[in-house]
Design a protein around this ligand. Structure first.
Ligand SMILES: [Zn+2]
Length: 65
């Protein structure tokens, strides 16, 4: 069974792939972030504590505590 990922709407060349993470209690968080596979695009979308944020650059993000 193949899973199809959505095309990146910003560059139309890359594909958005989901990334998983682990929470503080060790529980896995599925699809916490989606990242464009195109190296020159860098679009990403992530979910933190129920808040969705997105950006055009990959780099250190400000940590909200
Ligand atoms: Zn893209």
């Amino acid at each position: 069974m193949e899973t199809e990922f959505p095309n990146c709407l910003k560059c139309n060349n890359g594909t958005l792939v989901p990334l998983s993470d682990y929470g503080r209690d060790g529980a896995s968080i599925m699809y916490k972030a989606w990242v464009c596979t195109h190296p020159q695009c860098g679009f990403h979308l992530r979910i933190d504590n129920g808040e969705v944020s997105m950006g055009d650059e990959i780099g250190p993000a400000p940590i909200k505590k």
